[in-house]
Design a protein. Structure first.
Length: 135
């Protein structure tokens, strides 16, 4: 049997398809989901999400959020998610450098602003890792 995977962010539906397997980065490590998986709700960590369909693996960068498995349906609600082919490596590198510079120059940052910049750095790193993985 196949799984139905849907990945949604606050901005858009990033991915929706019937797949064979998905590997999700969680706060406690990667988990692989196959058809027939037990019900699950888990927190997503910044990282690489791998989708396999008909022997072809698609990579996505994800950041924060939750994944829920019910029956043969996997729902990923992420703060950010992007497919490998949509990642603009140069734009991500520039954003990463800006965020890192702001963090280094930080003196009296609001804790939320500091956390936002840290999350931006982590998500940028995840995007670069996904984009550069197949080189």
């Amino acid at each position: 049997m196949a799984l139905t995977l849907e990945i949604v962010t606050p901005e858009a539906r990033v991915y929706a398809d019937t797949i064979d397997t998905v590997v999700i980065p969680t706060t406690t490590g990667e988990i692989g989901i196959l058809s027939g998986h037990i019900p699950l709700l888990t927190q997503i960590e910044h990282g690489e999400l791998r989708v396999t369909k008909n022997g072809v693996t698609t990579l996505l960068a994800v950041s924060g959020g939750f994944a829920q498995v019910e029956g043969d349906r996997v729902s990923v609600l992420a703060e950010h998610a992007i497919t490998e082919e949509k990642i603009d490596e140069h734009a991500v590198e520039a954003a990463l450098k800006r965020a890192e510079a702001e963090l280094k120059a930080a003196k009296d940052f609001d804790p939320q602003q500091y956390e936002h910049l840290q999350n931006l750095v982590r998500y940028s790193g995840a995007q670069l890792a996904v984009k550069r993985r197949r080189r």
